[in-house]
Ligand binder design. Structure first.
Ligand SMILES: Nc1ncnc2c1ncn2[C@@H]1O[C@H](COP(=O)(O)OP(=O)(O)OP(=O)(O)O)[C@@H](O)[C@H]1O
Ligand SMILES: [Mg+2]
Length: 209
């Protein structure tokens, strides 16, 4: 089983969006996928509930890690963990104990860049990250190309030691998918092409493991 956690100290950067879309990518590819919602807001669980309205789309198991025992269904290939914002200090080590890979979404804003910088420094104190046993990659999210904010984020991410996996556009498709319990990969292909292609490098990096 490959356990992937979406994590960042900042709220609203796209952790749940990346968690739900990653889950559908793997599920649509035939894998057995579960999402563990570790956030008391329960947004990933809401999305999974909306998903129940459809027939003929791959099932994704829901794990309510806040209110119940976080039991992963037997045979799960990918466990995607949606983490809450603001995990700091020793709690980082506890939360990351069984995680293989972490993806950190970052928004193109000076405040988010600085927060990301600080958080990466904090994460390096985790012994598994320091030893390379737990891979960390960053994704620029809600990007509007040709904006100064994005160029600044890109320059920052390019200069990091950890991999910069790719950028995801600011797109209404993510909002539509979030409302309906689907992933962007499950919307009409002609409408989502420009968003879908942006996931290729992220998925390739995840599959390197
Ligand atoms: N690439 C994108 N394009 C457009 N909207 C996006 C994109 N990514 C995320 N959003 C929207 O931004 C908002 C915040 O995203 P999301 O809920 O995924 O962040 P989060 O990090 O999980 O937040 P929280 O810390 O509150 O859990 C949501 O309304 C989501 O639909
Ligand atoms: Mg969230």
């Amino acid at each position: 089983m490959h356990t992937i956690m979406l994590m960042n100290a900042k709220g609203g950067c796209g952790k749940t969006t990346l968690a739900t879309n990653l889950a559908t990518w793997f599920a649509d590819d035939g894998a057995k996928v579960a999402i563990a919602d570790h956030d008391p807001q329960g947004s990933a669980l809401d999305w999974l509930e909306a998903r129940q309205d459809y027939e003929g789309i791959p099932e994704i198991a829901a794990i309510d890690a806040v209110n119940g025992p976080a039991r992963t269904p037997r045979g799960t290939d990918y466990l995607i963990i949606d983490a809450p914002a603001g995990i700091h200090g020793k709690e980082i080590n506890t939360r990351l104990r069984r995680v293989d890979t972490m993806i950190m979404p970052v928004l193109p804003s000076p405040l988010d860049i600085r927060a990301c910088q600080r958080y990466l420094k904090e994460l390096r104190k985790n012994s598994r990250i320091a030893r390379g046993q737990l891979r960390v990659g960053v994704v620029a999210n809600r990007v509007r190309e040709n904006t100064r904010a994005f160029h600044e984020l890109e320059a920052f991410l390019d200069g990091l030691e950890i991999p910069f996996l790719g950028t995801l556009r600011e797109s209404q498709n993510y909002i539509r998918a979030a409302e309906t319990g689907l992933g962007i990969f499950e919307l009409a292909p002609s409408q989502v092409y420009a968003d879908v292609v942006q996931w290729d490098d992220i998925i390739d990096w995840l599959n390197e493991k």
